[in-house]
Design a protein around this ligand. Structure first.
Ligand code: SF4
Length: 175
């Protein structure tokens, strides 16, 4: 029997603790429909990022904003994870995705931050060497990370210099 949004939220509340124990600064459960997507996000990857086309988890290999919107419609709950750069945001998300999957949330899927760093370099002409770990970044899948974080009451501002506070986000969809 399918779980309701309320049941899922109650059952997955422990993933918040898990994220915090793993080093997250904050972790919030939000309704999946509050994750914001936008077409312009892909332009920021395509024009201005040196990793465009050079990593299997980045555009044009990653899901388009339209695909991500459709995927979000298939989920009720999302866990938004925030770090200040100390802990590995991608590893935390992967760990929770795996935990949720083993708990019976077989659809669980995570979105990471930035280009994949699980190998020294990526060769997009060959199959992924770590398919169990590699996931697209939120922004690589057309998610407006700024709007999503602000909507959840979490901080994210443009970092004007390297001395500015660092904020990283990942997301795990669970149902
Ligand atoms: S795990 Fe390695 S091969 Fe797979 S996307 Fe990441 S860097 Fe590329």
């Amino acid at each position: 029997m399918a779980r309701t949004e309320e049941q899922t939220t109650t059952q997955v509340a422990r993933y918040v603790d898990l994220a915090l124990e793993a080093g997250a600064t904050d972790a919030r459960l939000i309704p999946a429909h509050e994750v914001c997507t936008a077409e312009w996000v892909r332009l920021r990857c395509q024009y201005g990022c040196g990793m465009y086309g050079r990593c299997l988890t980045c555009p044009p290999h990653s899901p388009t904003p339209e695909q991500t919107r459709r995927v979000l419609e298939e989920f009720t709950t999302a866990l938004l994870i925030h770090t200040d750069g100390e802990a590995d945001i991608c590893e935390i998300a992967t760990r929770i995705e795996r935990e949720a999957f083993l708990d019976g949330y077989y659809k669980a899927f995570s979105f990471h931050a930035g280009p994949c760093h699980f190998c020294e370099s990526c060769d997009p002409s060959r199959p992924c060497r770590n398919p169990a770990l590699a996931r697209p970044a939120m922004e690589a899948a057309g998610i407006d990370v700024f709007a999503t974080a602000h909507r959840a009451g979490l901080p994210l501002e443009v970092a004007r210099t390297r001395q500015c506070p660092q904020n990283y986000y990942s997301l795990v969809l669970i149902e």
